[in-house]
Write a new protein. Structure first.
Length: 179
């Protein structure tokens, strides 16, 4: 299986990427191919809403979104990795998702499998409610087949995250998907 991981934290060694590392360890142990794209440090720009793509591309902007599109058209599973910022996706990941507009039909037709890995400082039980709903709505709209979520609360720093159950949950999710 081909797995495309989209990381979106400005902190390359942050908590959400720590969850991603553990997830990837699980799927790699099962022998699957993993490609990682760091959206937070890529050459990406917001959707202009210009309609130049006609929802079937190509986008008029010449940036790294072309790499994401190519990878999504060749993968079996996409993994969205994000820190929780003000109870939603990071701006970096949201920008990528907004740019799906330029190939919406082709992406929807793929019926990709998907996973959400998110890390939040806050440990309250309601912390992940909105990001979970956003992800589920995105899956419904794009015909993605949700394979699971790891919603890490109390994961404000990598050291905090390491002391939680969430890295192990990410690893186990990777093993289940990979197996």
């Amino acid at each position: 299986m081909k797995i495309f991981v989209i990381e979106s934290s400005p902190h390359r060694k942050g908590s959400s990427n720590l969850l991603a590392e553990n997830f990837m360890r699980g799927v790699k142990e099962a022998g699957h191919q993993v490609t990682v794209f760091d959206a937070a440090h890529a050459d990406l720009h917001p959707c202009l809403g210009c309609e130049g793509c006609g929802m079937s591309g190509p986008c008029v902007q010449k940036d790294d979104m072309a790499l994401i599109r190519k990878s999504l058209m060749e993968t079996d599973l996409v993994v969205f990795v994000t820190p929780l910022y003000y109870f939603g996706l990071s701006a970096q990941l949201k920008m990528v998702i907004d740019r799906f507009y330029s190939f919406n039909g082709a992406l929807t037709a793929r019926r990709l499998k998907s996973v959400l890995l998110a890390a939040a400082w806050n440990g309250d039980d309601w912390t992940m409610k909105d990001i979970k709903n956003h992800y589920q709505t995105l899956c419904s709209y794009l015909n993605f087949r949700d394979q699971g979520m790891v919603l890490g609360t109390g994961c404000g720093t990598p050291d905090m995250t390491k002391r939680t159950k969430f890295p192990q949950e990410a690893y186990e999710l990777g093993k289940r998907i990979g197996g």
